[in-house]
Design a protein around this ligand. Structure first.
Ligand code: EPZ
Length: 419
């Protein structure tokens, strides 16, 4: 069995660079299916979810070549099918972007319902609402989403819930549709803006991304071009929270500081030293910290994808804290693992109440990507040795994680034990 073994208790020092944004990459790569030409995409994170989505594009008939570890060229000039490989698509959430891209390019799609992290119901009703509003017939049979449109015509779509996936998927389906599409109550995450910027770099006409009203004017065709993916807001936040939990002095490089405002202000409220530079943030913990209350919200609020990592930090901070999860209905499953490490946390519905404690090492299991990241933070801050089973979840979103964390002083190694 594969595990990450961490010996905790030492402070961290040095610099760590952030990779390209996972949740932008897993949307931008499928978006290349809309382009009748070559897309050169830079700053692509080398993570499992990206390699999976690339495999799906290749099976659809796109050619994908790695120029180097973080640059790919995608040519979707000769797609051979609109049917996505079931076995792959059901293994991750972002496979649903194949729906928007294939509907947009081929006016039909067959994609299995997405998989991905299990923290509550993860419907796609808003995606379907958008596709139907553009003129597609959509049905779900035996876990497969079937979509077919004679013609795609622009429309105005109001999203009942702020949804990253639905916002992006409707953009993908609308860029080649006839006329104008307006998405109201759109999500505003940095990766939404990144996808819109990619689409425009390839010849689309998308305006207003980053606000809650996005306007898309359909174009005849999208040509090739080049684009570089933004740094990963969530990976940056994970490293910032890790440095805060262990103490020391760490410079997190290759970030866009404004994307981190929601976290930066919380860390300062706790007593963490935060210094912002043009494309990096320094985290210093050299005094006593105090507890805070956190509410996860769609961007620019505190990101739900940093909620587990923040709970891990707050578990080590004297005093009382609370974290309210407002996006997902069951995103506290990982807390049992923190309790095994001595954390003092009580979950009541969507609220976790935390009392700071001294964590100790334990054998724990990652239950999803960000839960795994939280266990790394807890293990690095705890006294003793922590072994994290199911590290494959962590590999979905954090590339080369042991080497990168060792570079700032985390005592971490990947071990393989006989089952
Ligand atoms: C994306 O998931 C991210 N995944 C998630 O990150 C992230 O937690 C989430 O956005 C919120 O920021 C990717 O980008 C691949 P949503 P997504 O649609 O698109 C409800 C990670 O760790 N909803 O914004 O699935 C839904 O139930 C992952 O990187 C509907 O009701 O999230 C939820 O309550 C984990 N109907 C809320 O909207 C729909 O059709 C937000 O979901 C779609 C969503």
């Amino acid at each position: 069995m594969e595990k990450l073994k961490i010996t905790g208790g030492n402070q961290l020092f040095g610099e760590i660079a952030v990779c390209g944004a996972k949740n932008a990459a897993v949307a931008i790569i499928p978006a290349a299916l809309l382009v009748d030409g070559v897309c050169r995409i830079e700053n692509v994170p080398d993570i499992k979810d990206v390699r999976l989505i690339i495999d799906m594009l290749v099976q659809l008939g796109a050619s994908v070549t790695y120029v180097n570890d973080t640059t790919i060229e995608v040519n979707s000039s000769n797609l051979k099918t609109h049917i996505a490989p079931c076995d792959l698509a059901s293994r991750m959430r972002a496979s649903y972007y194949l729906l928007g891209a294939l509907i947009g390019r081929m006016k039909k799609a067959e994609v299995s319902l997405p998989g991905g992290c299990n923290f509550g119901t993860r419907p796609i009703d808003l995606h379907e609402k958008g596709f139907r509003a553009l003129g597609a017939k959509v049905s779900i049979e035996d876990g497969i989403v079937f979509a077919d449109a004679q013609e795609l015509a622009g429309n105005t779509i109001y999203l009942d819930t702020v949804s990253v996936g639905a916002t992006i998927n409707i953009m993908l389906a609308a860029v080649l549709a006839k006329g104008r599409t307006v998405i109201e109550n759109a999500a505003k995450e940095p990766h939404i803006v990144d996808v819109a910027n990619f689409l425009n770099a390839m010849g689309a006409n998308v305006r207003g991304a980053g606000t809650d009203v996005i306007r898309i004017t359909g174009v005849e065709q999208m040509r090739g071009g080049s684009y570089s993916i933004i740094p990963d807001q969530i990976e940056a936040g994970t490293f910032m929270l890790l440095a805060a939990a262990t103490g020391g002095n760490v410079l997190v490089r290759n970030i866009i500081p404004i994307h981190m405002n929601c976290l930066t202000s919380k860390l300062e409220e706790m007593g963490i030293g935060v210094t912002e530079y043009d494309d990096s943030i320094r985290i210093e913990r050299d005094g006593e910290l105090h507890g805070v209350s956190v509410k996860t919200m769609p961007y620019p609020g505190f990101p739900t994808d940093l909620q587990p990592q923040m709970v891990a930090l707050l578990s080590t901070v004297d005093g009382n804290s609370s974290v309210q999860e407002n996006v997902w209905d069951n995103r506290f499953q990982y807390i049992d693992q923190l309790l095994a490490m001595g954390a003092d946390i009580k979950v009541e519905g969507r609220r976790a109440k935390i009392t700071g404690a001294k964590l100790h090492g334990a054998e724990v299991t990652a239950t999803d990507l960000r839960a795994g990241a939280a266990l790394i933070i807890a293990g690095a801050a705890a006294d003793g040795v922590t072994e994290i089973a199911s590290p494959h979840y962590i590999d979905r979103g954090y590339s080369d994680i042991e080497r990168r964390l060792r570079s700032i002083g985390v005592k971490i190694e990947r071990i393989f034990e006989a089952d």
